[in-house]
Write a protein that binds this ligand. Sequence first.
Ligand code: ATP
Ligand code: MG
Length: 149
Amino acid sequence: MKVGSDHNNIHRKVTEKELSTWLKQNVIPHVENRRIWAFYGDLGAGKTTLIKTLCALLGIDKNEVNSPTFALVNTYCTNEREIHHFDFYRIEDEEEAYDIGYDEYFYGTGLCLIEWPEKIESLLPEDTVKVKISPDEDSDCRHYEIQYE
Ligand code: ATP
Ligand code: MG
């Protein structure tokens, strides 16, 4: 982390049902203009669920939002913007991100939502919003920790 940089943090335990309202009221207002979002969490943590909820708030049909399987990226379009949904789980080498021209996306104009960002950590722009998702031991909800500069 850069010395003197402003590091902000949002931390909250949220059920799946509460996700949309929480994002709308307590997250999006703080990070609305950020283009790159990285979603960290183990298999089944809730990365795709969070991305679906976010996309729904931006006007994309939830059924349209699915983790890319054969390709590394799916693109959804609203009237206002393009949303690029990445899943790097299967890549073995950062070279594969170069092959799809990751920089055109990361340094373009659309919103980039990234599952398994740890696979391409060194390629993430500095102002990436980092969302860490972990399970709760006692109840059916998730802990969300969001870091942004
Ligand atoms: P993968 O690494 O396999 O892509 P993922 O992190 O994308 O997994 P999801 O597919 O989004 O995980 O979610 C896995 C399960 O967790 C789903 O059954 C979903 O309903 C549930 N889930 C997601 N968010 C929450 C939440 N906040 N509270 C309770 N359950 C949740
Ligand atoms: Mg997923």
